[in-house]
Design a protein around this ligand. Structure first.
Ligand code: 5GP
Ligand code: MG
Ligand code: MG
Length: 179
C-alpha cells in the first residue's frame, strides 16, 4: 500500500464486480438505443474505461473537463468549462460518468448546461456518492457505492494530482492534506 494512505476502502475485486453490475444494468436500460457516455475529466477516466468495456449496446464516448470557479477549495456551484464536448448532443441519449458526487454542485451545474442543449435524455452514473455532504438535490440515476464523509483517492481520484494511478480506492491519511 502507498505510505500516504490509511486503508483500502474499496478493493480491486469490489470495484470490478460493481463495474460489471453497472455495465449490465446500463446495457439493459439502454437496449436498442445509441448511448453517448460523457466522462468528466480527469477523475472519471479510469472508471469510464472500465465501465464502457462492460456495456454491450452501441456506445460513443466524449469528455468534458470542468473546474470550480475561483481559487477557493470549496465548491461554489459555478463551474468553468475547460474542455467542452466535441459533438452536438441534441436528440442523443447522454450518460454523464462521474467519479464522485459530493455537494452535488458541480453536477447540478453540468446538468443545467447539458439539458439546455436538448438531448433526448440525460442521466448520471457515478462510481461514488457521499450523500451526507449533499447541498443541492441532484438526481443520480446509477451509483456504485455510497461512502462516508472521508477523503478518498485512487482509481482515477486525486489529491493535488497525485494517486490517480493507484488501483483501488483508499482513504487518504489526514496528515497528508492537513499539513
Ligand atoms: P461537488 O461539486 O459534488 O462537491 O464536487 C465533486 C468533485 O469534488 C468531484 O468530482 C471530485 O473532483 C471532488 N471530490 C469530492 N470528494 C472527493 C474525495 O473524497 N476525493 C477526491 N479525490 N475528490 C473528491
Ligand atoms: Mg469528478
Ligand atoms: Mg480532484
Amino acid at each position: 500500500m502507498h505510505p500516504d494512505v490509511e486503508k483500502v476502502l474499496l478493493s480491486t475485486a469490489e470495484l470490478k464486480n460493481k463495474v460489471t453490475e453497472l455495465g449490465q444494468i446500463l446495457s439493459r436500460d439502454y437496449a436498442g438505443k445509441n448511448l453517448l457516455a460523457v466522462g468528466i475529466l480527469k477523475g472519471a477516466m479510469v472508471f469510464m474505461a472500465d465501465l464502457i468495456r462492460n456495456i454491450s449496446v452501441d456506445v460513443q464516448i466524449d469528455f468534458m473537463a470542468v473546474s470550480s470557479y475561483g481559487a477557493s477549495s470549496k465548491s461554489t456551484g459555478v463551474v468553468r468549462i475547460m474542455k467542452d464536448l466535441e459533438q452536438n448532443i441534441e436528440g442523443r441519449h447522454v450518460l454523464i460518468v462521474e467519479d464522485i458526487v459530493d455537494t452535488g454542485l458541480t453536477l447540478n451545474y453540468l446538468l443545467e448546461i447539458l439539458k439546455a442543449r436538448e438531448p433526448a435524455s440525460v442521466r448520471v452514473c457515478t462510481l461514488l456518492d457521499k450523500p451526507s455532504r449533499r447541498e443541492v438535490d441532484v438526481s443520480v440515476n446509477y451509483n456504485g457505492f455510497s461512502i462516508p464523509d472521508e477523503f478518498v483517492v485512487g482509481y482515477g481520484l486525486d489529491y493535488n494530482e497525485k494517486y490517480r494511478n493507484l488501483p483501488e480506492i483508499y482513504v487518504l491519511k489526514k496528515e497528508v492534506y492537513q499539513k
